[in-house]
Design a protein around this ligand. Structure first.
Ligand SMILES: Nc1ncnc2c1ncn2[C@@H]1O[C@H](COP(=O)(O)OP(=O)(O)OP(=O)(O)O)[C@@H](O)[C@H]1O
Ligand SMILES: [Mg+2]
Length: 252
């Protein structure tokens, strides 16, 4: 890709089937994300946000259209190559962290490197370095249930970065966090974008997240209906600071 985009969706479509009835979940989405950007996706329940993330993340394949990540068209990948893509090019963070409860923080971060067959000493070195980056060098040997939600989500971010993925996808990453932890997670995300040129695409209802996005798109009925204006991003900043639930028409 010559234009510097790390991620491009071209007219992607995905239908599910409910019995014999096709349910259009993503209905012709086009967008482009540059390296180092934080891009938000907002929209009501059922508008296709998670389906879109799954298509970008190679968890599912579109019926039509193209997803191009880091210069590669995902449609060209066979299933093994797609699994490798998910392991090395994409990191995922989820609302409920999805850490392995039987593994310590550092072991959780080592896991994707283990799957990618990175040598053990390199795994340990890099996992420790990543936990330092997310401010958790003091929690290396803690298990998930010994950490706060904010700390667990930071471990999840470190895990998402383990194999140097250029793109991290988040589905409601602050959905289970108090405002203070949500704000500090967003500070970390901004730091990773600036310092390491990592790119984030974050599905969210949270004005604290929207306020920190470089850009945000509003989805409805499987389509991107518009890009939020600067005024709407600024409004998220204001509403997030006093009431996280009040998006005041920012979605529409
Ligand atoms: N596996 C599935 N089978 C059938 N229909 C599905 C499936 N997954 C999602 N859908 C439908 O596709 C549409 C988009 O769903 P999606 O989960 O992408 O929405 P969403 O924007 O993430 O919603 P939410 O904010 O509630 O998480 C909805 O109509 C949903 O019912
Ligand atoms: Mg969803």
């Amino acid at each position: 890709m010559s234009d510097g985009s790390v991620l491009q969706a071209v007219q992607i479509e995905k239908k599910y089937r409910r019995g014999k009835i096709p349910v259009p979940a993503v209905n012709g989405v086009d967008f482009r994300v540059e390296r180092g950007e934080v891009v938000g996706i907002v929209g009501p329940s059922g508008s296709g946000k998670t389906t879109l993330l799954n298509l970008i993340g190679g968890l599912d394949r579109p019926d039509n259209g193209k997803v191009i990540v880091d210069g590669k068209d995902l449609a060209q990948f066979n299933d093994d190559q797609l699994a490798d893509y998910r392991l090395k090019k994409i990191g995922f963070i989820f609302q409920f962290y999805n850490l392995m409860s039987s593994l310590t923080a550092i072991e959780n971060v080592e896991l994707p490197m283990n799957l990618a067959k990175v040598p053990k000493t390199e795994q340990e070195r890099r996992a420790y370095e990543l936990l330092q980056t997310v401010g958790l060098e003091g929690r290396v040997d803690h298990y998930p249930d010994q950490m706060s939600g904010g700390e667990q989500q930071r471990v999840a971010v470190a895990r998402a970065l383990a194999n140097n993925a250029p793109v991290i996808l988040g589905d409601e990453p602050t959905g289970d966090l108090d405002s203070k932890s949500a704000e500090s997670l967003m500070e970390l995300i901004k730091k990773l974008c600036t310092e390491k040129q990592v790119t984030f695409v974050l599905v969210t209802h949270d004005p604290i997240v929207v306020a920190q996005c470089n850009r945000a798109y509003s989805m409805r009925d499987g389509r991107i209906i518009h890009e939020l204006s600067k005024e709407q991003l600024d409004a998220a900043k204001l509403s997030g600071s006093y009431d996280r639930t009040a998006m005041n028409g920012i979605y529409t």
